[in-house]
Design a protein around this ligand. Structure first.
Ligand SMILES: Nc1ncnc2c1ncn2[C@@H]1O[C@H](COP(=O)(O)OP(=O)(O)OP(=O)(O)O)[C@@H](O)[C@H]1O
Ligand SMILES: [Mg+2]
Length: 599
């Protein structure tokens, strides 16, 4: 487990609590106030008991009493004490309620800021990070771990301080009453704290293990749910269920262990409370017998002794919470410390207009063992369109990922408009390159939001213009509510072709200087195919284009053809030239049928 350093706790507190200073201050005042009130109540109780006992043992109409109206006064005093007691209790409850409100508020605000920071950080991490983590695991990191830290933000420091104050307050009050009682109870409190600390230290690894088991479980669940169709189709259901049970069993085991630890801590506390109460009764009894203290004071001793355990338990709970938070903070820092392998560039501009593309001796592998692109070297003039052909797994998609800097090359340089893409800012680069991938990601939102990526500054006119330019007005009209039509998550309800059309529009709105088209190999119906052809025409107009083609029609629009095999360029030349050269691979591809050859 990654145990956080004190400096990291402090950094967390100052970063996420400083912006809500005033609320934290109010919370502190409320919590301290509530503790002050707790200290007062036993004093009122003693007064009540002693007054009652006195008036009971000394009949109030004895001639020795100087005031004839005393009976009324005693009753009045009792009544007053009772009212004050109730008022203090009520007020204390009120203060606690408001304090809970503030502490939830502070906790949620702080953790939401942290969640946002983490989500942002993850977004900036390169794809090699995301490929090895399941979405379920990411949810655990960004949400569940942070939830564990909530208490640390909203209460920890104040509660620990306030309860130490309560502890010391009770001891001082006991000491003031009788030094022996104060000393005995202080010793006892120390002993209890030591015992609690001892059992607590055994609980830490148990907690971490239970968190880990739950992360594993959710990661598995998410993966299986998203692959449910394949799982069923391939008859892997029993296998999946077996894993499911195994992970659940692991989780049960670790939760049981963690739960046992909690119960142990709780029983130690209960035991200490019992022993403490007995001690205070014995001490009180002895002192009362020798006439040193009143019955009311004995009662007060017992109440204070019981009160002593409340802060001790609270401090232990807070420290338990701190351990949970510690595990959370450890993981949060672990995540925050992962640096993206795609460092931000110094901000060299990429020229406007159609871009030249240069691959200078580029070599790349995803995970250092298998080289996916080997000494890739090609140059594309602005405004030209190159068609990439190659069998599945030959590295075509990889080229587009490199151009978008989802990964960085291992060796060599990629330049756009003469600028090394590592020298431009990532934002700038991604603004200048438009990609339509094989599977288009659509969100559960309106068509408008899916096109603008939730950017409200893009006016409807521009969207409509883009759709019109791409020849998609007719398609938009066929949607029931036009731009307001809701898409379902993952774009279900849209055909693959329609999803591609939306992706074209996205790119068109961005107005990039280079368009990369990773064509879906799925077959399209003739109407959609026609629309797509028209849209591609518009999209490539006055732009440089790299198209990964699976269909003859798309290949025909390329100025140049590049054939890739196992990560190397086997052929690259003018399309017309290659098509008429019987010795070229492309020539044969066209003869044998492109679609079949590239399948
Ligand atoms: N994220 C990844 N991690 C590791 N290896 C990968 C990753 N993505 C692709 N590869 C490997 O890199 C090679 C090239 O893959 P790429 O996706 O570029 O092929 P492609 O030419 O686009 O294929 P297709 O025509 O099927 O889309 C393949 O061997 C593939 O297994
Ligand atoms: Mg591909």
């Amino acid at each position: 487990m990654n145990i956080p350093k004190i400096a990291q706790y402090r950094e967390m507190l100052s970063k996420y609590l400083k912006p809500q200073r005033s609320r934290v201050l109010i919370l502190a005042v409320l919590l301290f106030g509530s503790i002050g009130l707790q200290l007062v109540s036993p004093q009122i109780l003693r007064f009540f008991i002693d007054t009652a006992v006195q008036s009971g043992t000394q009949p109030y109409l004895t001639p020795t009493l100087p005031y004839p109206y005393q009976p009324d006064t005693t009753q009045d005093q009792l009544l007053l004490a009772a009212i004050i007691f109730i008022l203090v209790a009520l007020f204390q409850q009120g203060v606690s309620i408001v304090a809970v409100y503030f502490s939830e508020n502070v906790g949620w605000t702080a953790t939401n800021m942290l969640r946002a920071d983490l989500a942002m950080h993850c977004m900036k991490l390169d794809m090699s990070f995301h490929h090895v983590r399941t979405p379920g695991e990411m949810i655990e990191r960004v949400d569940t771990d942070v939830t564990q830290i909530a208490n640390f933000f909203s209460q920890f420091v104040i509660m620990v301080l306030a309860n130490i104050l309560l502890l010391v307050g009770v001891l001082v009050l006991l000491f003031r009453e009788h030094a022996v009682v104060g000393l005995v109870m202080a010793g006892f409190a120390l002993l209890t704290m030591w015992a609690l600390n001892k059992v607590r230290s055994y609980a830490i690894p148990a907690w971490a293990a239970s968190r880990e088991a739950s992360a594993q479980f959710y990661g598995f669940l998410e993966e299986q749910l998203s692959g449910t169709e394949d799982t069923r189709a391939s008859g892997a259901v029993p296998y999946t269920l077996r894993n499911f049970y195994r992970l659940l069993y692991d989780r049960l085991k670790s939760e049981q262990h963690a739960g046992m630890m909690n119960v142990t801590i709780l029983s130690v506390i209960v035991m200490c409370v019992t022993v403490g109460t007995i001690l205070s009764f014995i001490l009180g009894f002895a002192l009362n017998q020798t006439g040193l203290v009143t019955i009311g004071t004995v009662f007060m001793f017992v109440t204070y002794t019981n009160m002593l355990f409340r802060p001790m338990r609270e401090i232990t709970i807070q420290i338990q919470e701190l351990q949970k938070a510690g595990a959370g903070i450890g993981r949060v820092y672990e995540l925050l410390n992962i640096e993206t392998k795609i460092p931000e560039g110094p901000g060299k501009p990429i020229p406007s207009g159609a871009l030249t593309v240069d691959f200078d001796d580029v070599t790349f592998s995803y995970n250092n063992d298998e080289t996916v692109l080997k000494n890739f070297d090609f140059h594309l003039q602005p405004g030209r369109v190159i068609g990439l052909l190659g069998r599945t797994g030959s590295g075509k998609t990889t080229i587009s990922r490199l151009l978008f800097r989802l990964y960085d090359v291992k060796h060599g340089t990629i330049r756009l408009g003469g600028t090394d893409i590592r020298d431009a800012t990532i934002r700038d680069l991604r603004q200048r390159v438009g990609i339509v991938t094989q599977d288009v990601q659509l969100f559960r939102a309106s068509v408008r939001d899916n096109l603008t990526f939730f950017d409200p500054s893009i006016p409807d006119e521009r969207i409509l213009e883009a759709l019109d330019d791409l020849g998609l007005s007719g398609w938009l009209d066929s949607l029931p509510e036009g731009l307001d039509s809701r898409l379902r998550s993952g774009g279900s309800g849209l055909s693959a072709g329609e999803a591609q059309l939306l992706a074209f529009t996205r790119v068109f709105l961005k107005d990039p200087g280079l368009v990369i088209l990773d064509e879906a190999s799925s077959r399209l119906d003739p109407v959609t195919e026609q629309r797509i052809e028209r849209a591609i025409d518009k999209l490539l107009h006055n732009r440089t284009g790299i198209i990964i083609a699976h269909r003859l029609a798309t290949v025909q629009r390329a100025d140049e053809i590049m054939i890739i095999d196992k990560g190397t360029i086997t052929e690259h030349d003018d399309r017309v030239k290659l098509a008429s050269d019987p010795n070229s691979h492309f020539y044969h591809l066209l003869r044998t049928g492109l679609e079949e050859a590239l399948a």
